[in-house]
Design a protein around this ligand. Structure first.
Ligand code: M6R
Length: 622
């Protein structure tokens, strides 16, 4: 949450920082700011010029047009508020007591109040309600108290000293008027990446912010501390020891992280699914064995054979994909599988046996609860594998193996292509484990064929976008919505409801369809449409009965069903067809009309599709 970019080099810093913030805005968008270190004219020192504005990035752009800030070194931030409302004062960067040090911070300083009280007793004056300003003051305090003559070293040591006083999480970048052209960064729990350009360096919370300048990146580890000048850098840890690092090449182009001709990232990402699904299974289908290969798991066939229980862990959309995975693995491999919401798992101290295999699923690879769940599993001595999209992310690096989705950057806050890719990968896992147990060659081959057919079928559903938009327009006055599905499409119902809530602000809830009579039916009314996800599968007839019960109570019904089920047109108010597909893979198709439905609702209601209120793309604070 929150986006950071810092720059030091030969170019004017402000345009680079604004462009970086534009690319990072999906991480938080309630206020933003920059601090620029002016170049020192001969005989004079540098000045820090700070510009901050609440609201969207355009507000900051306007401010910088009216009141520019020039210099070749600067730091900037786009905020998702934790402590203190979204005001100009609470926006980052924050200054220390002397006004000579500026800092941006992601994360939460948990003991900030005690530290703030102490600093106030010493005479410090704070201008914001944030925990981050306290950290800036702590660094400034350590800097002022230091006897170190080398001003750069003094700043590095001051940052280190201050970080030893705080508990919580941080990704920070700091600069000081005494050290022009010099940035210091550190991370613990909040991602930070160094960008190595020619004669310029970057520090950012996300590689997407710098990919248009350089593809050479160093993903910092927890407790790393880095300093940068335009030509040099060094990475130590917060205890002062040298740290190991690796220079990686960024695996996507700046164009991939742009909207292109689409009005919104979400729509672009929905339409990318024929390709992203293909990328998830490309090179992983083994025809002559009617199986799949997931080399990154790093497990021998014997180890895979010994697995007798699987735990799938994630948050939000990733947890819904995991639920589909639970059905798939139990069905194809007959291995007991459980889904754990990561935030519960991390504190629940669940018993894990020797042969339990734990997976964490995360698009961003940075979700704090999923990361903590992974570490909890590892602490218990378990091998925890990751199913992750973002290459180089913390989960990707710290997990004990796993598989990438290869979906390309997902920027819309509402997760779309990551869901279908996660389900695709879990299908491969289920086939792999199934073929080691009872799954026949024929059944394995059938699954591979079904997977290969998916991209064309997804394309066919996408061509109905306008039809789905017309349906959305009929229900814009809905007071709430129900999403109902059974078996493999129970998780799809949860996912459809989540999409509707987060981008349209319409209260929606997803349920196992048979649960309707156990209470939920009380919500059915003419103003509460129900979306039935009911492909022609083994529970289709049961779903028809439930649908009839809703219609008998005057509830409008939108049915997502399989081509050919035209009988539904007589009972449902609206019908959306998906191509025939195996029941097990149907969520990959049936979710797409739900993504489009929520998208068109959101646009028609005038909501900000890609930046829904109160949300941010990756949840890196608790
Ligand atoms: O990056 P992750 O997959 O770990 O993110 C998990 C959730 O925060 C995410 O899926 C969230 O629920 C989305 N906004 C849903 O659209």
């Amino acid at each position: 949450m929150c986006g950071i970019i810092g720059y030091v080099g030969k170019a004017e810093a402000t345009p680079i920082l604004l462009e970086g913030l534009r690319r990072l805005e999906y991480r938080g968008y309630d206020s933003s700011g920059v601090a620029i270190l002016s170049d020192s004219a001969s005989g004079e020192g540098s000045d820090i010029q700070t510009r901050k504005r609440s609201g969207r990035l355009d507000n900051l752009r306007t401010l910088l047009t009216e009141n520019p800030a020039a210099g070749h070194c600067g730091i900037s931030h786009t905020r998702w508020a934790t402590h203190g409302e979204a005001t100009d004062e609470n926006a980052h960067p924050h200054l220390d007591q002397s006004g000579k040090l500026a800092m941006v911070h992601n994360g939460v300083i948990e003991n900030y109040q005690v530290l703030k009280d102490h600093l106030e007793e010493e005479g410090h004056i704070f201008h914001s309600q944030t925990d981050s300003e306290v950290l800036a003051h702590l660094v400034g305090n350590a800097y002022e108290a230091s006897t170190e003559k080398d001003q750069r070293r003094r700043l590095v040591e001051a940052v280190r000293e201050a970080l030893h006083l705080v508990s919580g999480t941080y990704g920070i970048v700091a600069m000081h008027e005494d050290s022009p052209g010099f940035l210091v960064g550190a991370r613990f729990g909040s991602p930070l990446v160094v960008g190595l350009g020619k004669g310029e360096k970057f520090l950012a919370s996300d590689v997407g912010a710098i990919v248009s300048h350089t593809t050479d990146a160093i993903y910092l580890r927890d407790r790393d501390l880095v300093w940068l000048t335009e030509d040099d850098f060094a990475i130590e840890n917060v205890d002062g020891d040298a740290a190991e690092y690796e220079v990686s090449t960024v695996d996507f182009t700046p164009e991939q992280a742009e909207k292109g001709d689409y009005p919104h990232y979400m729509l672009k990402e929905i339409f990318e699914q024929p390709t992203s699904i293909q990328n998830a299974f490309r090179g992983r289908l083994v025809d002559d064995q009617a199986s799949a290969i997931l080399g990154g798991l790093g497990l021998t066939p014997r180890e895979l054979r010994d697995v007798d229980r699987i735990v799938l862990c994630g948050c939000g959309t990733a947890s819904h994909a995991a639920m589909v995975g639970e059905y798939l693995i139990e069905h194809l491999a007959r291995i007991p599988t459980e889904v754990e919401i990561a935030s519960e798992f991390r504190y629940r101290n669940p018993p894990l046996d020797k042969n339990t295999l734990v997976f964490v699923l995360s698009q961003s690879g940075e979700t704090i609860d999923t990361l903590a769940a992974m570490r909890e599993g590892q602490r218990k001595g378990h091998r925890v594998l990751g199913i992750v999209n973002s290459v180089g992310s913390t989960i990707a690096r710290e997990s004990d193996g796993g598989s990438y989705l290869y979906s390309g950057p997902e920027i819309g806050v509402a997760a779309t292509k990551s869901f279908t890719s996660q389900v695709t990968l879990l299908t491969l896992l289920a086939i792999l484990l199934g073929r080691m147990r009872h799954l026949s060659v024929d059944a394995g081959q059938q699954m591979l064929k079904e997977l290969r057919d998916l991209p064309a079928k997804v394309g066919k559903i996408l061509s109905q976008s306008e039809h789905i938009r017309q349906i959305a327009l009929k229900y814009l006055d809905a007071k709430g919505m129900l999403f109902l599905g059974r078996q493999f499409n129970y998780p799809t119902a949860l996912e459809g409801a989540l999409k509707m809530k987060e981008i349209s602000y319409i209260f929606a809830s997803g349920h196992a369809a048979a649960e309707l009579k156990h209470g939920i039916i009380a919500l059915v009314s003419e103003e509460t449409p129900s979306v039935f996800i009911m492909p022609k599968d083994s529970v289709y007839e049961k779903n028809v009965s439930t649908l009839e019960e809703v219609k008998a109570r005057k509830g409008p019904v939108i049915a997502v069903t399989t081509e050919g089920s035209t009988e539904l047109e007589r009972i449902a108010d609206d019908v959306i067809y998906i191509p025939p597909v195996s029941e097990m893979l149907s969520p990959i198709l049936s979710v797409i009309p739900l993504q489009l439905l929520s998208y068109h609702f959101s646009v028609a209601l005038g909501c900000d599709v890609d930046k829904p209120r109160n949300l941010a793309k990756s949840v890196t604070v608790e």
